[in-house]
Ligand binder design. Structure first.
Ligand code: FEO
Ligand code: CA
Ligand code: CA
Length: 636
């Protein structure tokens, strides 16, 4: 049966617990990498990670004039850590809730019952749970936010069910309806921002919403089911984590830990070999498979192969059909950072958030022409995976029939396996990618990796495909619990180029606990700005990078002095990082976008542990908050 004692765990934690990657050994590689590691550590020991890693060192060489100019980029007084149950923002700023779990999108829904949560009848008409990636669209004068609901806390949504485990198909439907995506119009009034109830843009997309498969996997034998013999019509989008926005005004929602929704009611069923790489196992925390046959892999073995994609949604048309863009690969997608290359091709950067998995890039065949046909841009192109050298260079390895020996549909469905074949670099859990709008460079949060270079039974830990997680320059720490942010500069200033240079923008650490060495962090981390587990990341229009954390918030031991999860701003030019916001205890800060006039910043608070945002005696509710300056000046 499902382990109901693990409902408090995040998706990533639950998945690690149930799908520990296998251990294999390759002694020669271990030794080889250990030597490289010593070389790298000796540089770090001199207190100049920056010298080895590149331009973090620019911080030290800034002239005072540059420093002054840089200082003016932080228009706020940095704040201290917090350990309480609310949000803190700098002096001169304020915050208010915009949308809470269970708030009606339509007047036919009633507000949440503070004791019973959301009824089945209301569950597809209200704001879902656990807000995550989001984007704001301006559509004919309306401001429309599309936002993900990554997962649900069973006990919160099913208070009547023992330990939150579904007892019926109705219970399963509540959980299915509370996840997915919300599209909603928002407006600012006298009392701040609010959902425009009954706006024609308002829409819930959930685990049963009809959508289309397109690209190389559409129509493949790998995705055909009894209910969909053509392999093109699927239902639902799952574990929607980060997001993206195309220049043509569509929303990209990213399916991350989709594996957790598919289980088997038949203990004798031989799980297909490819399930292992994605962590599809017979037990689930949601028990969908017990009441909804579609999720029972012993009856529908291809169903999990129809999830794990990037899904394109048109927020301007509430009746439009979402499209699963399989050309962008099937991985545990974190977000989708879109940029247009020099020649007009569309480039999408994507992380696969699992220990030892990879960083990807898609480049379209076609050119983006404003106002032109964009329907095939994300269907036809080449998927690449990143290989980082220890010398600060890297290359994008194409995943093609020639390089992998796999057919196009196999590459689209078994993308991790394809990437292993070409020798991609195992990474410390790639989370969000962010693209600098004022420089040709991109960043990725590598959140942490407790298994990096860790031995188990005398063998070095691997990802689920057997790729060893040795120490390398881009993932330079054993049992990495703090995380780092890698940055790359495409060759020829072109995001479509096959080569890049890279450095580490920041290596998180704890200089209060570790006085020196790699766990103290890079030179731009200090006792006043330290954090762990960078995850969400977005640039604002001025070129500041906003970093959100999803880490250990015990404020003890290795994490003493780091407080609750938080949001910080970083300056790409100087490396300076300052803390802007702290979230309530137990929560993760994730999801960021701005109002059309850039006078409001919207940030997401996911899974708060204690009553939030409405205070004692009320349910803890995942919430998007609106943050403004008291003087209504620009915030991004
Ligand atoms: Fe949904 Fe990897 O965070
Ligand atoms: Ca995340
Ligand atoms: Ca995370």
């Amino acid at each position: 049966m499902t382990d109901t004692n693990t409902n408090h765990l995040s998706w990533d934690e639950w998945d690690e617990l149930h799908n520990p990657p296998p251990a294999v050994t390759d002694f020669d590689r271990v030794v080889e990498r250990a030597i490289s590691r010593r070389g790298f550590l000796s540089v770090l020991a001199m207190g100049s990670a920056a010298v080895a890693m590149g331009s973090v060192g620019n911080l030290m060489s800034s002239t005072s004039a540059q420093a002054q100019e840089a200082a003016s980029r932080f228009a706020f007084k940095p704040i201290d850590i917090a350990t309480d149950n609310t949000i803190h923002v700098p002096e001169g700023y304020n915050w208010k809730p915009l949308a809470r779990w269970g708030e009606p999108l339509f007047s036919t829904a009633s507000d949440i019952d503070p004791m019973k949560g959301v009824s089945l009848e209301n569950s597809d008409k209200v704001f879902g749970e656990n807000t995550d990636g989001m984007e704001l669209f301006v559509i004919g004068g309306a401001q429309v936010i599309a936002v993900n609901h990554e997962y649900v806390n069973n006990e919160t949504n099913l208070p009547h069910a023992p330990e939150g485990m579904p007892q019926s198909l109705d219970d399963v439907k509540i959980l299915q309806n509370m996840q997915g995506v919300t599209v909603m119009e928002v407006a600012e009034g006298e009392n701040g921002w609010a959902i425009v109830v009954d706006s024609p843009f308002n829409r819930r997309i959930h685990h049963n919403t009809p959508m289309k498969l397109s690209g190389p996997a559409a129509g493949s034998e790998l995705v055909k089911t009894a209910a969909d013999p053509a392999g093109v019509d699927c239902l639902g989008t799952f574990n929607n984590c980060g997001a993206g926005k195309t220049p043509w005004g569509t929303y990209l929602t990213c399916e991350e830990n989709f594996n957790g929704y598919f289980g088997s009611t038949n203990a004798e069923f031989a799980m297909p070999e490819d399930y292992k790489r994605y962590g599809i196992v017979s037990e689930t925390r949601y028990a969908y498979e017990k009441f909804d046959e579609r999720f029972d892999v012993s009856k529908n073995p291809n169903e999990p192969r129809r999830a794990g994609y990037i899904v394109e949604i048109d927020p301007s048309d509430a009746s439009s059909t979402p499209i699963k863009r399989t050309a962008l690969g099937r991985i545990k997608h974190e977000n989708a950072a879109v940029v247009i290359a020099r020649d007009g091709r569309v480039v999408v950067y994507m992380g696969d958030d699992e220990r030892g998995e990879f960083l990807y890039k898609f480049v379209s065949n076609g050119i983006y022409v404003p106002g032109g046909d964009t329907s095939k841009l994300l269907d036809e192109g080449t998927l690449y995976v990143a290989k980082f050298s220890d010398e600060g260079t890297g290359e994008w390895l194409a995943l093609t029939e020639e390089t992998t020996g796999m057919k196009a549909d196999e590459i689209a469905v078994f993308t991790r396996q394809a990437a292993s074949k070409v020798g991609a670099t195992t990474m410390d859990r790639p989370e969000w990618v962010a693209i600098n709008p004022v420089a040709i460079e991109a960043y990725c949060c590598l959140t942490n990796n407790s298994n990096r270079a860790v031995l188990k039974d005398g063998k070095m830990r691997t990802n689920a495909g057997g790729d060893v997680m040795e120490i390398n320059a881009v993932n330079p720490r054993e049992a990495n619990e703090y995380g780092q942010i890698v940055r790359w500069y495409p060759e020829n200033d072109d995001h479509a180029d096959g080569k890049f240079k890279w450095d580490l923008f920041a290596m998180a650490g704890n200089p209060a606990v570790h006085k020196d060495g790699v766990y103290a962090g890079s030179s731009n981390i200090n006792e006043g700005n330290m954090f762990n587990s960078p995850d969400g990341m977005m640039f604002d229009s001025t070129g500041l990078v906003w970093i959100q954390t999803d880490g250990e918030d015990s404020n003890e031991g290795e994490f003493a002095g780091q407080g609750n999860n938080q949001m910080l701003a970083g300056d790409p030019v100087t490396g300076r990082i300052e803390r802007f916001m702290t979230g309530p205890k137990g929560s993760e800060v994730t999801g960021l976008t701005w109002s059309a006039d850039k006078r409001t910043m919207f940030a997401g608070i996911q899974h708060p542990a204690a009553p939030f945002p409405d205070g004692e005696g009320k349910l803890p509710r995942s919430t998007i908050v609106a943050i403004k300056r008291d003087d209504n000046a620009l915030v991004g």
